[in-house]
Design a protein around this ligand. Structure first.
Ligand code: SAH
Length: 347
């Protein structure tokens, strides 16, 4: 995390400038519509099939804790290539036939290109029964289990800057940051040191607020996994990956994947305020280990050639070890207020 760099020019020049969240939203929509993001980065479900399998079983066990609502929606937000959902549905079909029989599949995805990849990835029979939506508001009102991995980090952020003169907001002009006076009523609350940046993801707040309100109205639960701190944080976390390498986030909109840290504490507060019970955030490595990542991986590795078995175990360790993805990534569960503690979140 870094404070504003010297590239932040003062704000009174005449260049047409776009607010950072609008720039990021536009850039990512173009990027996801035209690129295979997985050429540029990888994600947990692409690293290990056990990831999607155990999240599918998390949904099945939580459905049971909720009193087995039937019908029920299995929703994924930002499903990427569809790998997580495919692995989840296969595991659910084998281990939880009651849940498999009760559920209908709903995918929240805006990219037509990725929708096609998701349809192709789903196990036989499921794609014909799946429904795609542009946003959560279009998903039918019903009991639901929702999974989202690395969805919130792709949503556009605003950056507010506190300096000696007061608050400004970062905009983008000609591939560089410029600052503009921040609208007074939109300045984030809290004491921020001079020279610091604070990030606000309004789209993530809106998503979590609407999701939590649904979970207060219906039996259901959601598991959100992403990267970001579990403590209050300041600083610029915007990053870009282009052709697999870190890149300047402002240089080539639509050519790079833009993400930012997810503010789990703010989202947990938002979910509570909207009426959901909140569990976590918990380090991803802790959750996956409690849910049996390594037992499942051992099962998959059994009888495989040694190199393949070692690869499976290395992949599981990459997801769970603290110095790799196990600690930076967090898991947050949002539940209907009457739902017992979901699996893996026991104190
Ligand atoms: N969950 C997947 C993919 C993560 S990439 C995985 O773990 O591999 C982010 C995903 O969110 C992509 O599918 C992208 O198209 C989708 N996405 C990004 N912004 C979105 C938005 N505003 N509405 C719906 N989907 C979005």
């Amino acid at each position: 995390m870094t404070a504003a760099g010297p590239e932040a020019r003062s704000g009174m020049d005449a260049a047409p400038a776009e607010r950072l969240d609008r720039f990021m939203g536009r850039a990512n929509a173009a990027y996801y519509a035209t690129h295979d993001p997985f050429a540029d980065f990888t994600t947990a479900p692409e690293i290990a099939q056990a990831f999607g399998e155990i999240l599918g079983l998390w949904a099945a066990v939580t459905w049971d804790l909720l009193g087995r609502p039937d019908p029920v929606l299995l929703v994924e937000a930002g499903p990427g290539r569809g790998t997580l959902l495919a692995d989840a549905l296969r595991a659910i079909g084998q281990v939880a036939p009651g849940f498999a029989g009760a559920l209908s599949v709903h995918l929240i995805e805006t990219s037509p290109r990725l929708r096609a990849a998701q349809a192709a990835a789903l196990p036989a029979g499921w794609a014909a029964r799946a429904t795609w939506h542009d946003d959560l508001a279009r998903v039918p009102e019903a009991p639901l289990l929702l999974l989202a991995n690395e969805f919130l980090d792709a949503l556009p952020i605003r950056q507010f800057l506190r300096d000696d003169a007061g608050w400004t907001e970062r905009h983008v002009a000609d591939g560089a940051f410029v600052t503009r006076p921040a609208p007074v009523e939109e300045i984030p609350l809290g004491e921020i040191p001079t020279g610091e940046i604070i990030e606000v993801c309004e789209a993530a707040h809106a998503f979590v607020g609407a999701l939590a309100a649904r979970l207060a109205r219906h039996p259901g639960a959601a598991l959100l996994l992403d990267y970001g701190p579990a403590t209050p944080a300041t600083g610029d976390s915007l990053q870009a990956l282009r052709a697999g390498r870190p890149a300047d986030p402002l240089a080539a909109p639509g050519e790079a994947d833009l993400t930012a840290h997810v503010d789990f504490l703010a989202l947990a507060n938002r979910a509570r305020a909207a009426g959901a019970a909140v569990h976590g955030p918990l380090a991803q490595g802790v959750l996956l280990t409690r849910l049996g990542l390594f037992q499942r991986t051992d099962r998959l590795a059994r009888g495989q050639p040694p190199a393949r078995a070692a690869g499976l175990i290395a992949a599981a360790r990459r997801l769970a070890e603290p110095h790799r993805m196990g600690r930076l990534f967090k898991a947050l569960a949002l539940c209907h207020p009457d739902c017992p503690t979901p699996p893996g979140f026991e104190p």
